[in-house]
Design a protein around this ligand. Structure first.
Ligand SMILES: [Zn+2]
Length: 214
């Protein structure tokens, strides 16, 4: 066997001979397998492993030669997996992260260095979300809910009554996030910039009381 591997000419000669005597070789192999079932099973397993490893090598080579296509294919595959079974895909990801803690850190670090701007923005969003979650407020509202609130409030500041527009209207938390207020639309008021900054960490009720006293 290794003679054939080391000498290409010999390999070609053997291959030609095999092509000319395929039936004879196969019959002999069948006979041998019947006489040595244990060895035959082992040989078949080795053969399967060799084919598997060749497929892996071929795939790896193809990926190296077509990096763009490979990335697109892999993205498509994970999109399909996510779409068909979102819960399982999330669980798999979690399990993989737990099993490869170093790898995820390395991957994130590399991604971060290549995408500093995006990393900064995501970090801000994440830390604000962590802050609201930590204070037990949480909640969220959509852009559509915010626009509906603007019209329902006749585009007027909830505190001084000034008329506002898309640019000047600010989203103000009636109970401030810092005091456990949520980001749900029920806790959002339309406010001008000046009232928003003067109200600071007061609740809407406290701020309106102070305004009526002054
Ligand atoms: Zn105002």
């Amino acid at each position: 066997m290794h003679v054939a591997r080391e000498r290409p000419h010999e390999r070609e000669r053997l291959h030609r001979w095999y092509l000319a005597n395929t039936e004879k070789v196969k019959a002999a192999a069948r006979e041998w397998a019947l006489e040595h079932p244990e060895k035959a099973r082992e040989a078949a397993a080795r053969c399967r492993a060799r084919r598997r490893s060749k497929r892996r090598d071929d795939l790896r080579a193809w990926r190296a030669a077509n990096p763009e296509k490979a990335r697109e294919l892999s993205r498509e595959g994970s999109r399909r997996r996510r779409a068909t079974n979102p819960e399982r895909s999330r669980e798999e990801q979690r399990a993989w992260r737990v099993a490869n803690p170093g790898a995820t850190r390395e991957t994130y670090r590399a991604w971060r260095l290549a995408n500093l701007e995006r990393a900064r923005i995501l970090n801000r969003v994440g830390s604000s979300r962590r802050r609201t979650r930590k204070r037990g407020s949480g909640g969220s509202h959509t852009a559509a809910e915010w626009i509906a609130l603007c019209w329902a409030s006749a585009w007027r500041c909830a505190y001084c009554g000034d008329v506002l527009n898309e640019k000047t209207a600010q989203q103000e938390h009636k109970v401030p996030i810092s005091r456990g207020g949520s980001d749900d639309i029920e806790n959002i008021a339309l406010s001008c910039k000046s009232c928003n900054s003067r109200k600071h960490s007061m609740t809407d009720v406290e701020f309106l009381q102070r305004r009526s006293v002054l």
